[in-house]
Design a protein around this ligand. Structure first.
Ligand code: V1S
Ligand code: CA
Ligand code: ZN
Length: 402
């Protein structure tokens, strides 16, 4: 309807399974899998499915997950039930694997095994589409669950689909770069590849009294400098309220240099949407256009690219962001390019259009900037702050140059 065509000369694939959207972490929990349904409705509403290969993915198998995770932990996830009786009987394992407390970050909910295998299935299928050469860009918005550890759930993440995908990519590519623009530190991915020089992890995140508390400026890999992973974990800790131009400047400077020196053969980009202004948990002040321009920048390097979801706790903003980024992947311009909000409204035939009413629909997909700038005490970065942060990153990169 909007004249959407396939991008010339390359293939974008979209990997999803609608069953993921039906899962519930609990009414008070910020993670809402239905944000994926909202995203998909926008993507389809704009006709972006005409520009991509669509794949309804199968759930991953236990053995796929065991490529990274501990078997006992996976058995626990597979067989634990959400009722109190079972949970009482398994108190010791619950404490060991999911750290229970009053508002549990990682609750045991109905269908948890289906949820984790569906999320992982979509990401692994996307990784395979890249390594087989079928796709140049593969998208899995239900993935990006960067906190999960080998034998522990953490920060709303039970199974680390990113680690599993990178392990798969390493069978075909010598070096894989992982970039993480979620407002939280990508600790689980960093930990999994801490001791190798074949994967470089680069995370931009809020640091200081913020979950998970890792990813400080000196966290650069193992400290035995002869060890293979030394300097291959790059962290860009940031403060509350960083805005479009400062984030954009740093992102280009540091990501650009990282790609230049590391020379990856493939890139995995975690596009957590909790780095937007107005997110329920996040503290940054990015608008959708600035978030999307990071994706655009990475895409412009023309390397096999796996795009994943992650955090994002204001569902309408998540849907707008990931729809816009799907369009970026497909080289489709949905918004106007004049720096203001898009003039294109959410199409009438999007079934969930009503969900966007009163949330700025009249201002189009990119969402009016004024509505998302809600922080009371944003930190203003000085030129010097930014130069210093960038200089420290470039200094670390000098160790892996050549
Ligand atoms: N910030 C934050 C936050 N909010 C919650 C939360 C709130 C209500 C609930 F019913 C349940 C949980 N948990 C947190 C954070 C975890 C953030 C995870 C982000 C995940 C991601 O976006 O990066 C990727 C998908 N947890 C904490 O701050 C830890 C606690 C320290 C405080 C909260 N309690 C629940 C656990 C311990
Ligand atoms: Ca991050
Ligand atoms: Zn996050």
């Amino acid at each position: 309807q909007l004249g959407i065509e396939r991008p010339q000369g390359y293939t974008v694939s979209f990997h999803y399974n609608p069953k993921v959207e039906q899962h519930h972490f609990g009414s008070k929990h910020p993670m809402k899998p239905w944000r994926l349904q909202l995203t998909k409705q926008l993507v389809f509403g704009y006709g972006l499915h005409y520009a991509m290969d669509l794949n309804e993915s199968l759930p991953a198998e236990h053995r796929d997950l065991a490529e990274f995770h501990d078997n006992d932990y996976l058995n626990f996830l597979q067989y634990i039930k959400s009722d109190d009786q079972t949970q009482k009987r398994h108190q010791e394992e619950l404490n060991r694997y999911v750290f229970t407390d009053e508002f549990n970050d990682c609750p045991i909910f109905d269908g948890i095994w289906d949820y984790v295998t569906l999320c992982t299935g979509a990401t692994l299928e996307a990784a395979h589409a890249l390594s087989s050469g079928e796709s140049n860009i593969a998208i899995s918005w239900s993935g990006g669950l960067h906190h999960a550890k080998k034998r522990q759930a953490s920060g709303f993440c039970y199974v680390n689909d990113i680690v599993l995908a990178i392990q798969h990519l390493l069978q075909s590519y010598t070096r894989v770069l992982y970039i993480d623009i979620d407002v939280h530190h990508g600790d689980g991915v960093e930990a999994a590849f801490f001791n190798t020089d074949r994967v470089m992890t680069l995370s931009y995140h809020k640091y200081g009294e913020f979950f998970p508390g890792t990813g400080g400026p000196d966290d650069s890999g193992p400290k035995g400098f002869e060890e293979p992973g030394a300097y291959f974990s790059l962290n860009v800790p940031l403060e509350d309220g960083i805005d479009d131009s400062d984030y954009g400047w740093l992102f280009r400077k540091v990501t650009g240099k990282t790609i230049e020196v590391f020379k990856p053969e493939a890139i995995v980009l975690q596009c957590g949407a909790d780095s937007l202004g107005g997110d329920r948990l996040g503290k940054f002040n990015l608008n959708i256009k600035a978030h999307g321009s990071c994706v655009e920048y990475v895409k412009s390097r023309n390397l096999p690219l796996l795009m994943l979801g992650g955090g994002g706790y204001t569902p309408r903003n998540v849907a707008r962001t990931w729809c816009h980024e799907t369009a970026v992947a497909c080289n489709v311009q949905l918004g106007s390019d004049d720096g203001r909000a898009s003039s294109i409204e959410i199409p009438n035939f999007v079934p969930y259009r009503a969900a966007f009413e009163g949330a700025g629909n009249g201002n189009g997909l990119l969402y009016p900037e004024l509505n998302i700038r809600k922080l009371q005490h944003p930190k203003t970065y000085t030129r010097e702050d930014l130069e210093n942060t960038a200089a420290r990153c470039l200094e670390q990169l000098r160790h892996i140059e050549g």
